[in-house]
Design a protein around this ligand. Structure first.
Ligand code: ARG
Length: 474
């Protein structure tokens, strides 16, 4: 029997039940659905909309339902369509017709918006925690590689040398923006829609603030129509998830390149690689590849959700049930990637020698030679041309700047003195960029310090979050 069967004269087509049901996926919301109901029913009693006796019975019943769902003892049915009606049905099986009072002053429309917000709120905190752990892993590699110098690239052509710590820090700050975006979005997620009813509010004298406080919301939504039709917070999360995936994917791409024989800059730990079924010599960076690959589905969910919403009139429309799978999948895909990422970074071996050799066999110090000429009062454009000719000469004679004989330097410009070899050494080249945010040792140390403080404050934000779980136990 359907909970809304009253005005119908025949049962739904059997395909319709299957097609419209969301229980196969929205059962993930069970915990939040029941927490929301616990707060709602307490409020109903407080406002004397139902008796406190009834409320007590319902609360105990809900806790039993929660336990049964948790232990896999509850049967969730397609006939009851979604998690909200399944829980209500289970409650009535538990405590009889009194269970029918739970839904007073509430609609599935505000209820589902509430559940989504509770789910996302917890997921955001978890993802910030995982991101901070990735940042910490990058920091650990950075600290061990302050003096490891490798070529920095533009256009994937060697450009100027950088410290490996500097490279790791670039990602630390990238992930910091991701954390900040999530933290900022949290305040838009953390508004209680409960009380909006189906679309227009409710005739009962409910206390929206009380429910909001019970559920640790920062406040209540301002407009009932907006409250039940808004899924911006889902889009915003999917957009943030897309940026995080893109960042992870870029780093994965570097890890994959760096672990190739051609680069040989790093080696990923055996525990994070897999072999080939045919080629015995292979060790493939599958984890990094798959994280890069899964970026596609997260972008897909963002576009999917935006598209689902674009033509919807106010307020709730069944189309909005499509908000769930993409969100769940994005959360789980990200959680999976981030949980693997931190240990994969921590355990990778940095081939300092290969990096060191690389910066000695390239022209990544050419800008420094030009800057040197500028310091001798040669206009930069002229200096650029002179160094271009020196580099060409090196290429033609199979040489690098650091092993060019002194008189050859002098043939190109008399202002070049013996100190040029010190100036062009990789360690001097990185230290010469002593600008805030630059590659000089003290600047990199400064960045480490800044990053450390930011990560600490991320962790503090995470520990400030109070989970609602306990409400189910008391
Ligand atoms: N299963 C629905 C969803 O996920 C819940 C809200 C349904 N409301 C309704 N009036 N049909 O969107």
């Amino acid at each position: 029997m359907k909970l809304w069967g009253g005005r119908f004269t025949k049962p739904t087509n059997e395909l319709v039940d299957e097609y419209t049901a969301s229980i196969s996926f929205d059962q993930k919301l069970a915990k939040f659905d029941i927490l929301g109901s616990l707060a709602h029913v307490e409020m109903l009693a407080k406002c004397k909309i139902i008796s406190s006796n009834d409320a007590e019975v319902i609360i105990q019943g809900l806790k039993n339902v929660a336990q049964k769902i948790n232990n896999g003892e509850a049967t969730l049915s397609v006939e009851q369509e979604d998690i909200h009606m399944n829980v209500e049905k289970l409650l009535m099986e538990e405590i009889g017709p009194t269970g029918g009072k739970l839904h007073t002053g509430r609609s599935r429309n505000d209820q589902v918006a509430l559940d989504m917000r509770l789910y996302l709120r917890e997921s955001i905190v978890h993802i910030v925690d995982l991101l901070s752990k990735v940042q910490k892993a990058l920091m650990a590699q950075a600290k061990q590689n302050i003096d490891t110098i490798l070529p920095g690239y533009t256009h994937l052509q060697r450009a100027q040398p950088v410290r490996f710590a500097h490279h790791m820090l670039a990602y630390v700050f990238m992930f910091q923006r991701d954390v900040e975006r999530l933290v900022d979005s949290y305040k838009r997620v953390n508004q209680s829609p409960l009380g909006a009813g189906a679309l227009a509010g409710t005739t009962f004298p409910i206390d929206r603030e009380y429910v909001a406080q019970k559920l640790h919301f920062d406040g209540v939504s301002f407009n009932s129509l907006d409250a039940v039709s808004d899924r911006d917070f889902v889009v915003e999360f999917l957009s943030n998830a897309s940026l995080i995936s893109m960042h992870l994917s870029r780093l994965c791409e570097e890890l994959i390149q760096w672990s190739s024989t051609e680069f040989h800059f790093i080696e990923l730990d055996d525990a994070f690689c897999t072999g080939s079924s045919m080629m015995p010599q292979k060790k493939n960076p599958d984890v990094a590849e798959l994280i890069r690959g899964k970026t596609g589905r997260i972008y897909g969910h963002l576009i999917g959700m935006l598209t689902t919403l674009k033509g919807l009139p106010l307020a709730y429309n069944k189309d909005m049930q499509e908000d769930k799978e993409g969100m769940f999948d994005s959360v789980e895909t990200l959680e999976g990637a981030l949980a693997l990422f931190a240990p994969m970074i921590e355990t990778m071996t940095v081939n300092k020698d290969t990096m060191h050799k690389a910066v000695q066999h390239d022209f990544s110090n050419a800008t420094d030679l030009a800057d040197y000429l500028v310091s001798k009062n040669i206009p930069f454009r002229e200096a650029h041309a002179i160094v271009g000719q020196i580099v060409l000469h090196c290429i033609q004679t199979n040489n690098y700047l650091l092993n060019l004989p002194f008189d050859t330097f002098q043939q190109f410009s008399h202002v070049i003195k013996e100190d040029i070899y010190d100036v062009l050494a990789p360690a001097s080249v990185v230290d010469a960029r002593n600008v805030f945010g630059g590659t000089a040792k003290e600047r990199v140390m400064e960045q480490l310090q800044i990053a450390e403080e930011l990560i600490d404050s991320n962790m503090k934000w995470v520990t400030n979050y109070e989970p609602l779980k306990d409400m189910l136990l008391t």
